[in-house]
Design a protein around this ligand. Structure first.
Ligand code: HEC
Length: 118
């Protein structure tokens, strides 16, 4: 490979290795980093692969927080997915709260958009 090509690709390679978000990251940033790979952009799910949308039902905040911290193993397989949701025990309570608030806000925004649609 020519040096020029390597130099050209370098920024792309570096951008690909995203660092974990800092402790102060917002709910949206945390979600993008930790959750979109399964639950998709904007939490709409990848239902074909068995990853549920997180906006299509009224999930109580305690449940969201519990699933983030502990994973889904103890809830049994509710969505016919291939794997279970892993636990994110490394997230602090504050980060879990920010994620939970973000998901609830996202769902409310979606509901209010749906009800004002022509
Ligand atoms: C490796 C894939 C994967 C990742 C990453 C992941 N999830 Fe999940 N998640 C799942 C699967 C699979 C389920 C369905 C589990 C079940 O059927 O009980 C699920 C279920 C959930 C549920 C319960 C939904 C319901 O309908 O009961 C919530 C809430 C949730 N995830 C939030 C998150 C959040 C927030 C993150 C990021 C911190 C995240 N998930 C990251 C795979 C993942």
């Amino acid at each position: 490979m020519s040096t020029r090509l390597v130099l050209l690709l370098m920024p792309l390679i570096l951008l690909g290795c995203a660092k974990p978000p800092p402790p102060s990251a917002s709910g949206a940033e945390l979600f993008d980093y930790y959750c979109t790979k399964c639950h998709g952009e904007g939490a709409l799910g990848k239902t074909f692969f068995g990853y549920p949308s997180l906006l299509d039902k009224d999930l109580p905040p305690e449940l969201i927080a519990h699933v983030i911290k502990r994973g889904s193993a103890e809830r049994g397989n509710k969505h016919q997915h291939r794997d279970e949701m892993p636990a994110f025990a490394m997230l602090s309570d504050k980060q879990v709260k920010r994620l939970t608030d973000y998901l609830i806000k996202l769902r409310q925004e979606r509901l209010s958009k749906a009800s004002t649609a022509p």
